[in-house]
Design a binder for this molecule. Sequence first.
Ligand code: ACM
Length: 676
Amino acid sequence: MKKNILILVIAIFHQYLFSQDTLREKYNLMPWPQHINENNTPFKIDEKLTISIAGEDFKKRVTNASVQFLRRLANRTGVFIDAGFPIKQKKASIKISFDTVSNLTIESDETYSLEVKENSVLIKAKTDVGALRGLETLLQLVNFNQNGYYFEGVAIKDSPRFVWRGLMIDAARHFQPMSVLKRNLNAMASVKLNVFHWHLTDDQGFRVESKVYPKLQEKASDGLFYTQEQVKEIVKYASNLGIRVIPEFDVPGHSTAILTAYPELGSKEGMNYSIERFSGIFDPTLNPYKEATYTFLENLFTEITPLFPDEYFHIGGDENEGKHWDENEKIQEFKKEHNLKSNHELQTYFNIKLEKILKKLGKKLMGWDEILTPSLPTSAVIHSWRGKREGLEQSTLIEAAKRGYQGVLSTGYYIDRMLSIEHHYSVDPIGDVVLTKEERKRILGAETTMWSELVTSKTIDSRIWPRTAAIAERFWSAKAVNDVNNMQKRLEVINFQLEELGITHIKNRAVILRNISNHQENNALKTLSNLCEPIKIYSRNEAGTEYKTFSPFTLFADACVADAKDAVIFNKLVAQENFNEIKIYLKHWSKNYDELQAVLNNPNVKPLGELSKNLSITSNILLNILTKKEISTWQIDKLNASIALLEKPYLDVELAVVASFKNLITLSQKKYSSKK
Ligand code: ACM
């Protein structure tokens, strides 16, 4: 009997998993919710649509979100929803209710339920932020048929897997204006990210106004910094969207900007510091034995911390190689006096002093994983970015959790490395590691990192999106939601919805292409930009010296993105051996070189000539083989020669279909008779 019940339970569970797969094919939700059922009771979107909010909306998060929701819905559907204004207190078609206003901490509840019926939509949540998450899901349920627009008839119960789901934006290497931050905060909220990590200081700039130490912005920002009022504006804007803001002031390394303003705090006596224009790891480091260093940091943090209400405060702490410490005799003596055996121990001494300062200010110290040393108090939070380190059995995230530290993971989510979404999506923050309940609780979540050495306000969106939407799913949804093809299908839809929020990831690519093609449209260049990807893992800026802060970032590589659209499609077609579709692409590419001639005189396009020419040659021969269904050794030799030329980078991009071209030769050799 017991066995029968077990079989029944397993059968029901299988049926449930199967139905979830079917639903994922049908609906384009991202992140995918924890529980969803179909009711088949769609709600028609028409002029009568109204929203009511029951609950104490003190901070007006839900009112604000409802107004934006109606705006976005009207714009998406073309339906005149004027009756929706003002937002009602009762009796409306979309009824939102919640119990409390969230104070935006890691304890805050983001659970919601959403039920779409024929005549009403119900969103219920414990907190106002949960209600916001429900409204975003509802917007992803908009669909249409010949009778008009409607919300899909489903019932959803949803909550996040991780409490910390972040995006880090580096505003130090390249300053990012307010509009960039606001549009990215909107996009973050649309995929339920809830932490904006704001990297504000580095070797290349100090980006916050200090009234106590004004030389910081005067001497070390090129005039590109956020005023304190602007900081407050961003924090408020983010809070309205249910997003916490964690500032990062990177010390004791990455501190050239600070030392440009206050050289007396440096570890190298008499050094003439100036803000860094290159990328990389640099030697200027705060002096850890001088009391003046701690006085400076205490005063600065006392001034700055009230701008950031969140308890967590990031002090960086990464990539201090200690060169200037080694060169300074007084620092060496200080180490001996305090029995500090290594620079790492000296940095821990520094961190512990900072931890005390921050504690007094009501803050929890967070830092990159270099800060993880045996004497660091477990009140510190570890931000894991280097993965598994020598001497550790697990990644620093897992190791930290086992040793009693809270942690956040960024290893695997470095979107500036220009890797594919398939790669990032496959990284699970915990993987198969077995943890106790307490250890699991310490793993707060994860963040994607948008380092900005190679991006400006014009290109940053196309590096963050759409990949971050799929990564946001990894942070929110169940681990079992991991089908790459299905994710790509849903991401394609979300990709365009991000444009509604002002994200420029699609449109700015065309702007850059026109800029380098004599301000004309050129389809051949566009085609190449959908086939090429920027070269990966920082190879674009080898040794950090090719590009500087004010180098142009409007080059062909800046118009290209990871997961080049046509390459992704073509590579799948080759894997499926879909020769009819493959031939359509090859035919198109065979004309590329002819069509590129119109803009080939532009010096920023000219070096692509060889790439385009060999793409056309390769495509032509492959097309011939596939059409005539025969292959000759002469053709193979010619193909190998042209493909060899396609394998090297041109203008910092690589053609993302080369492996498929090679596969096509192998397939053709197997399939078609060889002719001499
Ligand atoms: C880092 O990428 N240096 C934290």
